[in-house]
Ligand binder design. Sequence first.
Ligand code: NAP
Length: 201
Amino acid sequence: MGGTFNPIHYGHLVTAQEALYQFGLDRVIFMPAGQPPHKQDKEILPPEERYLMTVIATASNPNFVVSRFEVDRKAPSYTVDTIKALKKEHGPETNLYFITGADAVWEILTWKDAEELSKLCTFIAATRPGYSLEKFKKLHVLPDDQPLPRGKPRVYVMEIPALAISSTDIRRRVREGHPISYLVPEGVANYIHKCRFWIDY
Ligand code: NAP
């Protein structure tokens, strides 16, 4: 499960749990993006802080693990490099699903080595209810039994009501002094307040 996780919130956790359940996954590997290749935003906390909050948020779930792979990379985090490394680590027989937000997924055809990436994993795009799926038409959201056109990614769309929560809104709430309880796990909220993230940044 890839994301900037700036910060991780209950929408992400519900998405991971629902993917685990709906797709019968063995586990979900949270992969905080190290240096997002497409963003130069000063609001994005250092990778180590986003990694730490992800560990705090997932600590109690035995099916959730957090990887340092992208956080430790000096080079920009391209998904194709991450998926290749995971394939190597877990073996060619392992089926990999790349879970992330729909707004990121519908651009995958523009990502680095998109065709190769499409062969290495299946995509799960998480959306909030009411999200228009118009943009996904070019991505071939197909049932399992239909063969994919050459080089096209297989994308499943999963509607997650909890994705009404967003990292952008949480950062705004923190800046403006509004509560974030029940939007993020308690440990994450405590860590955000302790470090004064988005107030002193
Ligand atoms: P983003 O543009 O910050 O997020 C797009 C939308 O998706 C936001 O609404 C975001 O909500 C939501 N979202 C992000 N991660 C999610 C998750 N794990 N579960 C549910 N919703 C999620 O996207 P991003 O975080 O930068 O990138 C997402 C992933 O795609 C990362 O792993 C990134 O490395 C990868 N990516 C790769 C390339 C490439 O290889 N060239 C290019 C772009 C993205 P929140 O803000 O609330 O999270």
